[in-house]
Design a protein around this ligand. Structure first.
Ligand SMILES: NC(=O)c1ccc[n+]([C@@H]2O[C@H](COP(=O)([O-])OP(=O)(O)OC[C@H]3O[C@@H](n4cnc5c(N)ncnc54)[C@H](OP(=O)(O)O)[C@@H]3O)[C@@H](O)[C@H]2O)c1
Length: 336
């Protein structure tokens, strides 16, 4: 598949100052897009901006960095509106860089709130702001247009939303916050990421109301498995041994770096998935595809649906019954 030519397109990326968001920004800029990244820490944003700029095809491409807490509803819409360019696409990447893991009994009630804020509300407020601005400016088409505009929102979720993993009840807030506002609270990825998936599913249908012969609205939801980022490495320090055994992240970081893709590689996989046009974007790991197929629900299957249907049959009948018993036995043994 040829790479998307993004010349003249503008992309907003939440969480674009580090990890996956920054790598997505670099690739899109290298394809000609104007990019605006959003995160809280101004210093990290500035560093990221400098490294993203180096990937420009053309000096006229704009790379902007905006400091904002996207979980603050009162700020998101006005900050988005004040940008010099309206986006053609929004990537909601901000969120659960886990720096703390722990069981439910180890986290604070406030951690559940924090996680919903950093994972769900950052995505929901950003999506709402761009949808409002798009629908306000998209007039009903006077006639068929040859160059149909595409409006795109991509939610970066996690395979954790598709598979229960003990120990992921806590998703540390530590690394995902600027140092000056860092607290000891954690977050709750499974619930928050499940909420993001539900948001994506609902919006996929809702935006059909706005598509017409001049503009197409597209919603995608990506379910990456583990990849190497600063947050992933920090998370490893706090992750319970049980969680590591179940998800296969036992071992030194140097070994894990050989086993799991980098944020850069994962960014490429996600962009390739988005380009394929499917709602669900799974990386090419077997687990991501299998877990998705087992949890499709009312979402559209990928491609023609054949692979997802076969996967769902195999996973439902053979894989999960075995895997679940194995995971349960690990949990029981861990409690002894
Ligand atoms: N790493 C993995 O193994 C993995 C696996 C599956 C899914 N994911 C998902 O992939 C995404 C990126 O992960 P990553 O490992 O690349 O994370 P990361 O390096 O920690 O990046 C997270 C980004 O989000 C920003 N952010 C967090 N909360 C924010 C808020 N309230 N307002 C504005 N910006 C905020 C952070 O900047 P500031 O802190 O400066 O605001 C940072 O730019 C996350 O949604 C994560 O859940 C990661």
């Amino acid at each position: 598949m040829t790479k998307d030519n993004m010349r003249g397109q503008t992309v907003f990326i939440t969480g674009g100052s580090r990890g996956l968001g920054k790598e997505i920004a670099k690739i899109l800029v290298s394809r000609g897009a104007h990019v605006t990244i959003f995160a809280r820490s101004p210093a990290t944003l500035e560093q990221a901006r400098n490294s993203i700029i180096a990937h420009r095809l053309d000096q006229r491409q704009e790379v902007n960095a905006v400091s904002v807490d996207l979980s603050d509803a009162s700020k998101v819409e006005s900050v988005f509106k004040s940008q010099p360019r309206t986006p053609d696409a929004l990537y909601c990447v901000a969120g659960g860089s886990a720096a703390e893991c722990g069981f439910m009994t180890q986290i604070q009630p406030s951690d559940l709130d924090t996680c919903m804020k950093n994972n769900y509300f950052t995505s929901a407020y950003a999506a709402q702001a761009v949808l409002k601005s798009w629908t306000a400016s998209d007039d009903a088409p006077a006639r068929e247009t040859l160059n149909r505009k595409v409006r795109r929102i991509v939610f970066v979720n996690s395979v954790a939303a598709l598979c229960p993993l003990p120990g992921y009840t806590a998703y540390a807030r530590g690394s995902s916050m600027p140092k000056e506002t860092r607290a000891s609270s954690c977050s709750f990825p499974a619930a928050a990421k499940c909420a993001v998936r539900a948001l994506a599913d609902t919006l996929r249908m809702e935006v059909l109301r706005y598509s017409n012969s001049a503009v197409t609205y597209k919603i995608h939801c990506a379910f990456p498995s583990n990849f190497i980022s600063e947050s992933f490495i920090e998370e490893q320090e706090r992750k319970p041994a049980l969680t590591k055994r179940i998800e296969g992240t036992t071992g030194a970081i140097s070994e894990l770096e050989k086993k799991f893709p980098s944020a850069e590689k994962m960014a490429g996989k996600i962009l390739a998935g988005v380009q394929s046009g499917d709602f669900a974007v799974c990386d090419d790991s077997v687990e991501s595809g299998l877990f998705w197929a087992n949890m499709v629900g009312t979402s559209p299957k990928r491609g023609w649906g054949v692979v997802d249907s076969l996967y769902a049959f195999v996973v439902g009948l053979f894989v999960w019954p075995v895997l679940r018993r194995y995971f349960d036995s690990l949990c029981r043994a861990d409690g002894e």
